[in-house]
Design a protein around this ligand. Structure first.
Ligand code: IPE
Ligand code: IPE
Ligand code: MG
Length: 240
């Protein structure tokens, strides 16, 4: 890598292309989601080992609820299986992937059953006493607009009659202590945010790759970081 000192502190991943990856192989879309879940684990490990402090993974958007029921059911089943598996592996010390990793969830979790919310909070709490090198946020039933509306409503109900400010919105987001993303990576060639981290990505650098998410590798991640490290971020100012 050209400039290892310029590692982004927070990377957002729009994990796209699972369906196309499976279709290209003549397989049902759910195989793509299963392969995508394996890529998620590989990239979690890579992020931790490369010194990334925060990584947010877009797993299921508020708009993805408009997909056919059988696809949503397959995604939820996959999530439940993974959630149990991750919890068991961490609890039994069977996984290197989640060593020194903290997992959190962002999104409107009220949509999920009590059982699913319980497994979410079990996972969020399991590594909390360990030394944390990487915080992983999984965006589930997440929408950027929904998050902003929710933040405004939370602020207003706690502070009736007060005016909303940028600070008050930031403080009421799903993960207010997580810094804004420096880099957003989208796979599968699309050049859009699709309602991901709208508030937080105001000055994020954007990187798109044609690689479908199931094929996204540590090498692809390094290429994205290399591209990021060559950019000049100006935040509205003038280059030095
Ligand atoms: C991303 O892959 C995963 C989710 C949105 C859940 P897609 O399912 O969007 O895959 P494509 O875009 O149809 O190929
Ligand atoms: C974005 O991908 C959402 C996730 C990766 C979870 P989509 O496949 O839903 O986005 P669009 O529909 O192509 O914009
Ligand atoms: Mg897609």
């Amino acid at each position: 890598m050209t400039d290892i000192s310029d590692i982004p502190a927070h990377i957002g991943f729009i994990m796209d292309g699972n369906g196309r990856w499976a279709t290209a192989k003549g397989m049902p879309r759910k195989f793509g989601h299963e392969a995508g879940a394996r890529t998620f684990e590989n990239i979690v490990e890579s992020c931790r080992d490369l010194g990334i402090r925060y990584a947010t993974f877009y797993a299921f958007s508020t708009e993805n609820k408009s997909r056919p029921k059988d696809e949503i059911d397959a995604l939820m089943l996959l999530f439940d299986r993974y959630a149990d598996d991750i919890f068991r592996r961490i609890k039994n010390g069977e996984t290197k992937t989640y060593e020194n990793v903290r997992i959190r969830f962002v999104g409107d979790l009220s949509y999920f059953s009590e059982k699913r919310r319980k497994s979410i909070s079990d996972i969020e709490n399991i590594n909390s006493d360990k030394e944390i090198r990487l915080t992983v946020c999984i965006a589930l039933n997440y929408g950027g607009r929904n998050e902003i509306v929710n933040a405004v409503n939370r602020f207003i109900s706690a502070n009736p009659g007060k005016t909303v400010s940028e600070k008050s919105i930031s403080e009421n987001l799903y993960a207010p202590d997580v810094p804004d993303p420096d880099l957003i990576i989208r796979t599968a060639g699309e050049m859009r945010l699709s309602n991901f981290l709208l508030w937080q990505s105001a000055y994020a650098e954007f990187y798109a790759t044609p690689v479908f998410w199931p094929d996204f590798s540590e090498n692809d991640l390094k290429k994205a970081i290399e591209s990021y490290s060559k950019r000049t971020r100006k935040f509205g100012g003038i280059s030095k």
